[in-house]
Design a protein around this ligand. Structure first.
Ligand SMILES: NC(=O)c1ccc[n+]([C@@H]2O[C@H](COP(=O)([O-])OP(=O)(O)OC[C@H]3O[C@@H](n4cnc5c(N)ncnc54)[C@H](OP(=O)(O)O)[C@@H]3O)[C@@H](O)[C@H]2O)c1
Length: 317
């Protein structure tokens, strides 16, 4: 498994991470198996968020880790906060309402809840989950200072931010924002397409993200690719999906060549980009975790990278 340097810091972690958004549905025993499969295959980074399973994912993870042969120090643990999704107020441990909220009070309380559910003393990193248009960057600065000085959070970052939003918060906080978590994968390539189609008038020339890929490379920000195997916004998985015959046949061909499975080629494709991207897996299946992690050892050629891009339905002007 290759490593990535997180942002422009000296912090290095596995290039592939395990996200626990889907862990809420697992038994503690199944969670233990997923956690051990990740560790056995070189993954040392966990991604969570306070709202995954409305807290349940973090509780199941804590139980799964406790029952495993591993402990907290075997992993870097990241979580996210800033989304309130408790419209009818029925969830006693979550604030009532439905909004994004980057107030100091909410950010600090979010981290406290995360640490409690995960049963740990600190987070290796904490991300602001989705940009709150009502955000006051000074409030965020106060929250980050408190979380850092109390030792509850070691590193900070954002998620689904465009460059201007990133820059606005970065100018207000003392901590370097090392991470921006964004959807990216073979079937979600907007941040690449628009650069390739610059100065054209076709759909792919539209810049939806403000040049976030190039911005992140210039600023030393690690992009964490979420939903690496999904097409659309949670529409489904493209691997072994009859809707994508050309792509699956290309993945199959490369999987044979490198003696791995298709998941590995899909993760290797993301890691092949020189933007220092980290892949956040969502699979909870130990076999799929093992196969996906193998992508951390596969180096696709430039031509293979473009061939996969074409097989996904893309072109070059
Ligand atoms: N920042 C954000 O806004 C944001 C948003 C969404 C997600 N995330 C993070 O990203 C992580 C990954 O998201 P995701 O779960 O959507 O990503 P994903 O890894 O693209 O999708 C996971 C799904 O793909 C299935 N899958 C994987 N390989 C498969 C195969 N070979 N055949 C059939 N099904 C397969 C998994 O099922 P099995 O379990 O059966 O393998 C699972 O249902 C989350 O856990 C979370 O940490 C962040």
């Amino acid at each position: 498994m290759k490593n990535v340097r997180i942002g422009n810091s000296n912090w290095e972690t596995s290039a592939i991470a395990l996200g626990i958004m889907r862990m809420a549905d697992l038994s503690a025993d199944q969670a233990t198996k997923a956690i051990e499969a990740a560790h056995d295959n070189g993954i040392n980074f966990i991604d969570s968020a306070d709202i995954y399973g409305m807290g349940k994912s973090e509780e199941v993870f804590a139980q799964g880790l406790k029952n495993s042969s591993l402990n907290r120090d075997d992993f870097y643990i990241q979580s996210k906060g800033g989304i309130i999704n408790n419209p009818d107020g029925k969830l006693a441990n979550f604030e009532a309402g439905k909004r994004y909220d980057f107030s100091k009070k909410h950010i600090v309380e979010s981290v406290d809840g995360i640490l409690q559910r995960l049963n740990i003393d600190y987070l290796d990193s904490f991300l602001l989950h989705r940009p709150d248009t009502l955000m006051d960057p000074e409030e965020i600065a106060k929250a980050f200072d408190e979380l850092q000085t109390t030792g509850k959070v070691r590193h900070f970052g954002v998620s689904n931010f465009n460059p201007e939003q990133y820059q606005m918060v970065q100018e207000a906080v003392d901590q370097k924002l090392l991470i921006n978590q964004l959807q990216f994968g073979i079937m979600h390539t907007g941040m690449i397409d628009f650069g390739i189609h610059t100065n054209m008038s076709d759909d792919r020339s539209v810049d939806h993200d403000g040049g976030i890929l190039e911005f992140s490379r210039r600023k030393g920000v690690t992009i964490q690719a979420w939903s690496p195997f999904q097409y659309g916004f949670f529409e489904g998985v493209f691997i072994n999906n009859d809707k994508f015959p050309e792509l699956n046949s290309k993945l199959e061909e490369l999987a044979k060549k490198y003696n791995v499975g298709k998941n590995a080629i899909a993760t290797a494709w993301i890691l092949r980009h020189p933007a220092n991207i980290q892949v956040i897996l969502g699979t909870m299946n130990p076999d799929h975790i093992a196969d996906s992690a193998q992508g951390g050892d596969v180096q696709l050629t430039n031509q293979e990278w473009y061939d996969v891009y074409f097989a996904a339905g893309n072109d070059l002007p």
